[in-house]
Design a protein around this ligand. Sequence first.
Ligand code: NDP
Length: 434
Amino acid sequence: MAETNTVHSPIVTYASMLSLLAFCPPFVILLWYTMVHADGSVSQTWDFLKQHGLQGFINIWPRPTALAWKIIACYAAFEAALQLLLPGKRVEGPISPQGNRPIYKANGVAAYIVTLVTYLGLWWFGIFNPSIVYDHLGEIFSALIFGSFFFCVFLYIKGHVAPSSTDSGSCGNIIMDFYWGMELYPRIGKNFDIKVFTNCRFGMMAWAVLALTYCIKQYDQNGKVADSMLVNTILMLVYVTKFFWWEAGYWNTMDIAHDRAGFYICWGCLVWVPSLYTSPGMYLVNHPVNLGTQLAIYILVAGILCIYINYDCDRQRQVFRRTNGKCTVWGKAPSKIVASYTTSSGETKSSLLLTSGWWGLSRHFHYVPEILAAFFWTVPALFNHFLPYFYVIFLTILLFDRAKRDDDRCRSKYGKYWKLYCEKVPYRIIPGIY
Ligand code: NDP
């Protein structure tokens, strides 16, 4: 039987699952419509819907066009080819609950560079203008919504009939299986890892590609790029660059090592990341705010600092684990807990928990700079509209929920050792407050 990841009560789990399944797709369309056609104003969209009702909403939902499918197919095929063909170091993932160790090819940075250079090259040499992507964004999101849904159905069926490893199985409930996923490490053939594709090479890569797209669209529209757009684009690109630099580390995180490939993770990465995560840039295209050099630089520096701290938290934990605690943390020998646990096959193993450095401030301190960085790439939009800040609010809720899910999972994995960690490091996210 598969683990179902239900840390909330069954009723909350069902309610949140069904509402996410029902509301996320229309939300993506309303977000795009508001940003691109309603001046970023929620009340303008609300008035439109009040006046025109459900039919009005159906009318604004763009039908997926052949061009949209073509753009998605070319992008997906290109990214899949890079994932398969570019050289990279062999990297071992963490041991799975069933005792398997997934093997990856770490070629994320190369794929990232090739993608951005190709995209900018296509624009520079007049072969493909990224503005086309912005002009057809609604159709592209619509195609992504439906295409990704069917992709999740494929994952569900594959999990039943042809799982790639023993880290798979049904929890006995079709909605849960579809939502949380059937397989931890689904692959096509031996080498094509589906979660690396959906989460990293499609979703995160699309974030960088769309950030550039919005910038180029503003340039095409106005003949120049406002400093607010520049700050937003640079910060989002620094963040995504950091992600690919650290991609092999990401393969050790909850998304990959604990969450199965289902609607929650895969649809989220295929649709939610390209739409919601890029939305502050989408807003700025038609709102070229001028910040002035000094303010722009302050925001840029603050954002880069937050991205660096977030990276350093992840790096600190990973170096500590990789060296078995034989490293220095903030210039000193690390303080730690040796936590033993039993795998689902009954074996006893142990992990080290770091209790100094960033990980001694709070148990999930890395979420603080993550949320602040998102704030800094949004704040160039200033405060005329609420919607650009939706991503920051969503991220805050997501990470607070994730901290709880992770704490609950670690408590059941490490038992008294986790209790000891909580005594030593009593705050969950914000030191001294929460
Ligand atoms: P991680 O998976 O990297 O860290 C949590 C895991 O680390 C735990 O499950 C536990 O795993 C281990 N661990 C916990 N405490 C300690 C400790 N004290 N010492 C050593 N190991 C410990 O967290 P996330 O996946 O949540 O975050 C990774 C990165 O991704 C962060 O930078 C985060 O901000 C970012 N992120 C961004 C999101 C976005 O949408 N923008 C969403 C989610 C994350 P084990 O079982 O191995 O002990």
